[in-house]
Design a protein around this ligand. Structure first.
Ligand SMILES: [Zn+2]
Length: 127
C-alpha cells in the first residue's frame, strides 16, 4: 500500500490492452523520508503528515509508488510559486507542532471533525 495515495496504482499498457499494477518502492533513504515529512505540510496534506510524522519511515518499511513520490515532491515548487505557503518552512516547526496539537489532534482526532485539506492549509497559513 502506498503511503501517499493509499491506493493501488495501475499503469495503462496500451499494447496489451490491460493495466499493470504499479509496484510500490520502499522508503530507503533518510532524504526520501525527510522530504515527504517536510513536503506534507507544504502540500496541506495533514493526513499524510499525521501518519508519517512520528515514525521512522525506513524502519517501518513504508512504501510508496515512485510516481506518487515524484508528483508529490515536485509539488513543492508548484506550491511555493504561488507564494502563499512560502513561510511554511522549517523555521516554523514550533508553530506547526502547535497547530498539529490544537487543530489536527483536538478537532480531527478527538472530535472526529471533518476539515477539508484546503481549509486546514488556510487555517495554518493564517494563524
Ligand atoms: Zn501511490
Amino acid at each position: 500500500m502506498c503511503i501517499i495515495c493509499n491506493k493501488e496504482q495501475y499503469r495503462p499498457e496500451s499494447h496489451l490492452r490491460k493495466r499493470k499494477k504499479e509496484q510500490s518502492v520502499q522508503c530507503e533513504t533518510f532524504n526520501a523520508a525527510d522530504l515527504l515529512k517536510t513536503t506534507a505540510p507544504k502540500m496541506g496534506d495533514f493526513q499524510l503528515l499525521f501518519k508519517i510524522d512520528d515514525i521512522d519511515l525506513r524502519a517501518k518499511e513504508a512504501k510508496y509508488h515512485s510516481s506518487c513520490y515524484k508528483i508529490y515532491t515536485k509539488g513543492i515548487k508548484g506550491v511555493s510559486d504561488k507564494g502563499n505557503l512560502e513561510e511554511c518552512d522549517s523555521r516554523d516547526t514550533d508553530r506547526y507542532n502547535g497547530f498539529c496539537e490544537t487543530i489536527v489532534v483536538s478537532k480531527l482526532i478527538k472530535a472526529n471533525e471533518v476539515i477539508r485539506m484546503d481549509t486546514l492549509t488556510i487555517m495554518f497559513v493564517s494563524q
